[in-house]
Design a protein around this ligand. Structure first.
Ligand code: ADP
Length: 687
């Protein structure tokens, strides 16, 4: 650059001349001018131009004075390099500005060479590039930031399934995200910068968006729409989109940004939802109906529940009752057992269906078995005296059939010992909880009583027999006397004899009664049957009763003649007994009515009085031997309680039946019926 002669010239110039040249240079440029020694150790001069502090005389500490500490090495290195190469020094570096802050300069120094080519001095300029550097830095930072943002947005827009795009005002795409490019099946380069038609939009669709962009530019308001069009991969889809104005500093629309969302599935969901909403509504209605039903059945249920609770309560109470009842039954059973034991009674139970016969050890003893023997029903029955056996069997069967109480006294001949024992058996038929019928009862050994009775009967029979002969003679004598006296026509005596005769007759009746009882007891009663007219017999007996001197109004209802085959005397005694009872147990003057009736099989006779009547509780026992109703009234009426017993036995022996209807204080009607046909008679059994 500088030739040798210049250098020489320069070298030979005076300092003043140099100074003058330097000044001229300074004046000619706005840059900082400096001059350095050949080795850059000394700075001769520096005009800082207000940017850097000036240096008027030579200084050696220029490096720390002017160069920022972090660039000092770099500057020194560049200097060393320039000196070694003898070439221009050129470097941008930081400097300490006159105000103490750090600035930037572009420094350039040219070496001044002498004739020998040696550097004798350096001239340099430094330009203040602080502002440029700042702007460049800012630019770089801005670029960095925008790059960072771009990456961020890219990340966001590329990872969303939504379509994101920007139009310029010529309807060209200036941005399209990955999703949109994928939808178009295009790349950034082939799509961006292109319009709607070029990117495959159908004309109607492109025009629609262009109109919308115009509208947004005009109104600066966003626009929302829904559109359906085919997708490259997914087929026909429904999209929801929003176009938003992008405003510049002046508030004018410079672009239009948009986002579009595929709402096909949402639409399908909505439709499905609407559909299922209808279904839901239907289901709801059904549910309401079901609910109502439920409520109704709930009410029913709760009513049933209440009923159940009530039944339950009743059950609990019944259970309590049952428990108590069971306890009571158990207690009663225990007491009964004790009583049975104490009374030395035997007990038995027998089922109708299975013939299951259970008897207590005592029963077995009664029948002459040992207590531990197994005794079936038939074996026990076989030990009953043959005269009574059939009757027992019949009455047990009857009890099963009709539920009638069995009560019978019968002799038994001991199985092992052959001894005769009298037994009273009492039994009833019972329905058990298992639905079967059981005949249960107790047996009592009445042998001793029977023997007592027998002795008494024997005695009565003997006395009666002994009395009967003289009484019969007495009656005959009285009869003879009546006749004789009547012939003598002595008026004073006949009445007395008649009364004597009457009393004797009563005594004979009584004695006959006793005799009949004893005959009955010993089974020696005999029926002397004959055919006779019952109506005629009744008339006779009525007259006889009247003769007995009764003040009662005794009458007989019109009765057709009825001929029957029976023991006339005994039937007569039955009617007499009923008549005399009617007289005995009703006040004088009262009416007594005899009635007679007949049907195919039976004749019926009844004696009705209007007397004292009989209480219901006594009726069952009237026909028992020696039974009398005991009242203050009856105490004064003579009787032994054998009349009805004998009557009943006689009627039964004829195969008939006897009974009474009575009301206490009103009167009684005693009746009996006899079979017209002799075949119905039981007399054969008893003979
Ligand atoms: P009696 O010798 O005691 O009359 P009965 O066997 O003839 O014996 O009668 C038995 C009992 O029946 C009587 O004691 C009496 O209490 C009652 N009786 C019988 N007939 C009648 C009647 N017509 N009116 C009221 N009670 C009667």
């Amino acid at each position: 650059m500088t030739n040798r002669s210049d250098n020489h010239l320069f070298n030979n110039q005076s300092a003043a001349a140099n100074e003058a040249r330097f000044r001229a240079l300074v004046a000619a440029t706005s840059d900082i001018i400096y001059s350095m020694s050949a080795d850059w150790r000394v700075m001769q001069q520096l005009d800082g131009r207000g940017f850097l502090p000036d240096t008027a005389g030579p200084i050696t500490d220029w490096l720390p004075k002017y160069v920022a500490v972090e660039d000092q090495v770099k500057v020194q290195t560049a200097i060393d390099h320039a000196i070694a190469e003898k070439r221009i020094f050129e470097l941008e570096h930081r400097v300490l500005q006159s105000d103490g802050t750090i600035g930037w300069t572009f420094s350039r120094a040219v070496p001044i060479l002498n004739d020998q080519g040696e550097i004798i001095e350096w001239f340099g300029t430094a330009t203040d590039i602080t502002e440029r550097k700042r702007i460049a830095d800012e630019l770089r930072e801005a670029q960095d930031r925008s790059e960072q943002q771009r990456r961020l947005y890219e990340t966001i827009t590329s990872s969303t399934p939504d379509l994101i795009y920007v139009f310029d005002l010529q309807y060209r795409f200036t941005y399209a995200n990955n999703a949109l490019l994928t939808m178009w099946g295009k790349t950034w380069d082939t799509a961006v910068g292109k319009g709607l038609l070029e990117n495959g939009y159908e004309p109607w669709h492109a025009e629609m968006h262009e109109r919308e962009i115009d509208q947004i530019v005009a109104t600066k308001q966003p626009f929302r729409g829904e559109v359906s069009f085919p997708h490259a991969i997914l087929g026909k889809r429904v999209y929801d989109y929003i176009l938003t104005p992008v405003l510049n500093d002046q508030g004018q629309v410079e672009a239009v940004a948009g986002t579009t969302r595929d709402v096909t599935e949402r639409k399908q969901w909505e439709e499905a939802l609407a559909q299922s909403s209808e279904e839901l509504q239907a289901i709801n209605e059904e549910m309401i109906a079901i609910n109502e039903e439920q409520v109704a059945s709930n009410e029913e249920l709760s009513a049933t529940n209440e009923e159940l609770a009530e039944v339950n309560q009743q059950l609990i109470e019944a259970q309590k009752d049952t428990y108590l009842a069971t306890k009571q039954v158990e207690g009663a059973e225990e007491r009964l057992r004790l009583a049975i034991d104490a009374a030395q009674l035997g007990s038995f139970s027998m089922s109708s269906t299975e013939d299951a016969y259970i008897s207590s050890p005592r029963v077995k003893e009664f029948f002459g078995f040992t207590a531990d023997e197994t005794v079936p029903y038939q074996m026990a029955i076989n030990q009953i005296h043959p005269d009574y056996r059939e009757t027992v069997i019949r009455l047990v069967a009857e009890s099963f059939e009709t539920g009638k109480r069995f009560d019978m006294e019968y002799p038994v001949i001991g199985y092992h010992d052959g001894k005769t024992r009298w037994i009273r058996g009492v039994g009833t038929m019972q329905h058990d909880s298992d639905g079967k019928n059981y005949f249960t009862g107790v047996l009592n050994d009445i042998t001793e009583r029977k023997q007592d009775e027998q002795r008494k009967n024997d005695f009565i029979a003997m006395v009666s027999h002994e009395l009967k002969t003289p009484l019969t003679s007495l009656a005959g004598i009285l009869q003879l006397l009546t006749r004789k006296i009547g012939e003598a026509a002595n008026s004073a005596l006949p009445g007395g004899i008649d009364r004597a005769h009457l009393q004797v007759k009563k005594m004979i009746t009584l004695i006959n009664g006793f005799l009949n009882v004893s005959r009955l007891e010993s089974g020696k009663i005999q029926l002397d049957k004959e055919t006779f007219d019952l109506t005629a017999l009744l008339s006779e007996l009525l007259e006889e009763a009247a003769l007995l001197g009764s003040d009662h109004r005794i009458s007989i209802a019109p009765c057709p003649p009825v001929s029957i085959l029976a023991d006339k005397d005994k039937i007569g005694s039955v009617v007499s007994n009923l008549l005399s009872n009617a007289i005995k147990y009703s006040p004088k003057g009262k009416e007594i009515m005899i009635r007679c009736n007949t049907d195919d099989k039976y004749v019926y006779v009844s004696v009705k009085d209007s007397g004292m009547g009989i209480k219901a509780q006594n009726i069952d026992f009237l026909f028992d031997r020696y039974y009398r109703v005991e009242t203050n009234h009856t105490q004064n009426i003579a009787g032994f309680g054998i009349g009805l017993y004998l009557s009943a036995e006689i009627v039964k022996h004829h195969g008939g039946e006897i009974g009474v209807e009575s009301e206490s204080g009103v009167g009684s009607t005693f009746w009996f019926k006899l079979p017209k046909s002799p075949a119905a008679s039981l007399s054969s059994v008893d003979q």
